[in-house]
Write a protein that binds this ligand. Structure first.
Ligand code: ADP
Length: 312
């Protein structure tokens, strides 16, 4: 257990749903700042869980990409808590920019730049057989050079059990794909693509697109916004364990419907969004296909990262 002695923990930076985050620095070089995220794990689950979670997180330390937050170290402290040492990114997240409608102006070229960074991050993860499962604007942190970095990687998986019982209504379900809401046991990278599509939608309209306040409510809103999943558009869906949809079914929304709401993303942007929000996960666009989409090359070109809007 060398790792925990390499860093010195400083003041508390913030408190999240399932973690406290502290400023820290390298013992050997106090100018090297880090964020130390101390995960709150429920007592009943701590027994033997930390070693498992650590093993699972270890491989995340080995992946390196400009749009994925660096996990510098993982260790458990004497109270069995799990500590993640992360790249220090103090400039906030995409949710802060989206919400600050008065203070932060951005346009189609900026959205294209942010979406490019997010799509490359997800492509890289999927190439490395890692699913994120909790993509949302608040997990997209902003670096000083304008780079957007996907955070909270792999946590959704390692901690799915403990935090389910920590009041399920604090965990946002707005970005959850229909296959997970229907209780699918086998799923793929398509779960992340759905969330990426909803981040795209939210960047355009500056408010969460499908914001249900219960799981049933979320399914109902998906049916309204995207269309009702049926055997016709998604063979096998009715056999999923928690499949229930409201009557009567809503036809899958067409291009004109999307253009009406997301027209500022342009024809090609709307085309990509629609492909990310295909109900049947097998038909949904993959990260690799998304990177080959015509939208990226269409006008306007993505904003250079150093010119992207920042929180004032
Ligand atoms: P939440 O996702 O609910 O915001 P987190 O546990 O991810 O909770 O983070 C809590 C707070 O800690 C954040 O709002 C942010 O202010 C801060 N924080 C998290 N990660 C970092 C980081 N890598 N660098 C700097 N600050 C961070």
């Amino acid at each position: 257990e060398e790792e925990k002695h390499k860093y010195i923990k400083g003041k508390k930076l913030g408190e999240g749903t399932y973690a406290n985050v502290y400023l820290g620095h390298l013992r050997s070089d106090p100018s090297k700042l880090v964020a130390i995220k101390k995960i709150k794990v429920q007592k009943e689950y701590t027994e033997g869980m930390a070693p498992d979670a650590i093993r699972e997180l270890k491989h995340l330390q080995e992946i390196s990409h400009p749009n994925i937050i660096s996990l510098l170290s993982v260790f458990s402290s004497k109270d069995q808590n799990l500590n993640l040492v992360l790249e220090f990114l103090p400039l906030g997240d995409l949710e802060m920019l989206i919400k600050d409608v008065e203070g932060v102006r951005y346009g189609a070229a900026d959205i294209k730049a942010w979406m490019g960074m997010l799509t490359r991050a997800i492509w890289f993860c999927h190439e490395n057989f890692i699913l994120h499962r909790d993509i949302k604007p608040n997990n997209l942190l902003i670096a000083a050079d304008g780079e957007v970095k996907l955070a909270d990687f792999g946590l959704a998986r390692s901690f799915s059990d403990p935090y389910r019982i920590m009041t399920s209504n604090v965990i946002t379900r707005w970005y959850r794909p229909p296959e997970l809401l229907f209780g699918a046991k086998h799923y793929s990278g398509a779960v992340d693509i759905w969330s990426v599509g909803l981040v795209f939608a939210e960047l355009v309209i500056r408010t969460p697109y499908i914001a249900g306040d219960t799981e049933v409510g979320q399914v109902n809103l998906i049916c309204q916004a995207v269309g009702t999943p049926t055997e016709e558009n998604w063979p096998g869906v009715s056999k999923l364990p928690e499949y229930t949809v409201p009557d009567p079914p809503v036809a899958v929304r067409d291009r004109n419907y999307y253009l009406g709401t997301f027209g500022t993303a342009g024809q090609e942007g709307v085309d990509l969004l629609m492909k990310m929000l295909i109900l049947d996960p097998r038909k949904r666009i993959t990260a690799r296909e998304a990177l080959e989409h015509k939208w990226w090359a269409a006008d306007p070109k993505p904003t250079k990262k150093q010119d992207l809007p920042k929180k004032g």
